[in-house]
Design a protein around this ligand. Sequence first.
Ligand code: UDP
Length: 382
Amino acid sequence: MKILFLDQSGKPGGAELCLLDIAKPYGQNALVGLFADGDFRKLLQENQIPVEVLATQAIKVSKQSGLFPALSSLGQITPLINQVVHRAKKYDLIYANTQKALVVGAIASFFARRPLVYHLHDILSQEHFSKTNLRVAINLINRCAALVIANSQASKTAFLQAGGKPDLVQVVYNGFAAKNYEVDELEVSNLKENLGLKDKFIVGHFSRLSPWKGQHILIDALSQCQKNVIAMLVGDALFGEYEYVKDLHQKVTALGLENRVKFLGFRADIPQLMAVCDLVAHTSTAPEPFGRVIVEAMLCGKPVVAAQAGGAMELVEDGVNGFLVTPGESQELAAVIHNCLQASTKIANIGNYARISASQRFDVHTINQQIQELLKLIILNK
Ligand code: UDP
């Protein structure tokens, strides 16, 4: 089976890291076409996955764009569509991994006569997208896609509520290789020492810096916790949210937390950094479509406290493999941090159970097989 994957981003966000794991087993039978250059291209190359940057300039449409920018971008994407049509003829199907890839892939699938699969990594609601964007996405999917792979029940439900056809969609969770999250103890203690965090209770937050990812909620919670609790913020403003980064720094200063909040920027050593943490916090203020970092924390054997909405509710069972709190409620988060600080045996047991169950439930080989079976059916029925 030969697959042409399409992704609009040059940066390695959650959807891109998921695509990396899906494309890997196809080796030279895959080509990833990107609409922007960046570190994601390098990551694909490091993993021996064929990749080509197909666009020379960024497409100027955002999730919140209205009708006019969407229409005016059509001229811009025509050369891109031509490139995709040309390449798609050598592949059995087009696999669109992001929303702009869906638009380009849908038109190209018509001209190249190749089936289109759309991997839905978003909650298609007005909380995240403009009305125009939603309408365009749902119409294209309903008319052009042979299959929609939703990354959670929450994403599937939003898709159906927005008018998506029920017979198109299947839920497949992200897959992970558990062995990538096994970290050497010595490496962890060295890292902890290098970060100057020995003898601290470390609450980690792993996400791009963006208002809806809610890093400010963790900072508010920290101001209600005892002084040996430290917040470690891992991630950067991947999509230009620099105002928010400024706000976060101002908040830290205003609350006098300069010595208790560490901004580490974007990092590639996520398993090692998670292993350093005592607790991992997920604080999204809008429903998370899936929440890769939640599963990654579990695979590291760390207790995770997540905002009770969207995909996170499918991953975390409160008090069993982690904790759930009301989104946006810093007091509740502070209470969980306080309880974890008091009950080290209990949280060690929760982390351990989470590791074992997550490594079975999200095994990358099983999940890749599931996707392969779905794709085979599409090709057989084309
Ligand atoms: N991540 C990373 N480096 C960072 C911050 C995050 O590699 O500095 C990774 C993280 O480990 C996870 C992904 O980015 O695999 C984020 O995925 P998630 O589903 O949590 O959120 P998204 O970015 O898709 O909204």
